[in-house]
Write a protein that binds this ligand. Sequence first.
Ligand code: LLP
Length: 493
Amino acid sequence: MSHAAAPEESKALAPDWLAVPEDANDLAPGVWPASAQRDADGALVIAGISTPELVQSFGTPVLVLDEDEVRSRARAALAAFGDAAARHGGRARVYYAGKAFLSTEIARWMVDAGLNIDVCSAGELAVALAADVPPARIGYHGNNKRVFELERAVEVGVGTIIVDSEIEIERLAAITERLDRRQAVLIRVNSGVHAETHHFLATAHEDQKFGFTLEGAERAAERIRELPLVDLAGLHCHIGSQIFGTAGFRESASRVLELHARLLEAGILADDPTLNLGGGFGIAYTRADSPTPMAELADGIVDAVADECAVRGLDLPVLAFEPGRSIVGTAGVTLYEVGTTKSVAVGGTERRYVSVDGGMSDNARPALYGAQYSARLASREGVEEPVLSRVVGLHCESGDVVVDHEYLPSDVTPGDLLAVPATGAYCAPLASNYNHVPRPPVVAVSAGRARVIVRGERIEDLLARDAGIDASGASSRPHSDPALAGRTGEGEE
Ligand code: LLP
């Protein structure tokens, strides 16, 4: 192993936002769950359980989800938007965007916290129903809901379907008549507002697949008025994801309220109409991110909407919001085991590569969006000076990066546990089996106790889909050796 470059030398390779830390074992506030701390031996503890203990029970990689962090963020979001609306004499509803990460357990936490749930596929709907979420508390999204999905949604009585196209409206017209069921809908409007965030995440560009233009939405509303069993409950827009400010929400609300006012005047909107402004509230992935606290954000957005209503002489609609990432993101920490390290010479200095036993199959976000993360040694504190490091996965692809830039103690060594925070949203849902790597378990931790909420896969689970292997043959092959099979977390507590 070559000697690590001094932090000052390797700084040339570091991005501007990343400073050499005074202590490369510290836990940046806001990036980790509030319960994260180090014990007397220096090991990372989450919700009262040490991470080496968790790994002993559940293996690596493992996605650890701090249950109390999720529950309290859900309650805080509802309180923030509810209080903000109440100050203007109004009401607000909060839908948890299940796409950020859905399991029956999480759905129950949301219902307990008083939230509703957004789904965007038959699969997500099935999870919500399996968790006994009252159908009236479900919102159903998607630009291409298939006919069987719309039928299922109407049949079970989901509260709202967010309609996205003229074709979908005609399908709903037919389905509601065939089933003789009423259905409330919101029209998804593309307000044309760009969210100030990563290009691929912005969904309100004019040239994209979601929703109706403002003019198209007006025609859609007129068509819905003709349908005996479809009720227009209001308008919806979502301007993007991982957004920090309130300006985009204000601009978008202002444009959509113009339409809202016209529809009210024409008598097309239901009584107590809803204005759903979507989700997209940003979280801290690294110490360079400083998201606005939820209560402040909610006040800023709701005050702006109230202003926009006042100038038009409108009553404040029932407001709805759909946070996903800001509820679960910070609650998740992925634990990996370090397998190899190497120092690579780069332009007169060097970068340390730290390979872990997961990667783009359990966190696709760096590869998909250039997302930045941070990392810390979890099994102990490092003792040597920090060195600019890149945490990479085990996949056969050079873009398989977990943490692009981080200063880690230079004594990081094979067998160490590494923790990557802020992996609670859009990691498990985007996981794949690339390179036939089983997806890791998700373990909820609370008050010193841990339990599996999503079972990990074994290599057998992957082979079971291969039509060329017969069931009896598969079980007698060497891959059934538990040492090779991957860990499921099941019964290993
Ligand atoms: N509502 C709608 C209609 C959405 O499309 C989304 C996210 C949300 C709410 C929730 O947004 P959040 O509060 O979680 O930002 N996979 C990407 C994010 C895609 C977001 C898709 N829609 C990522 O990993 O950053």
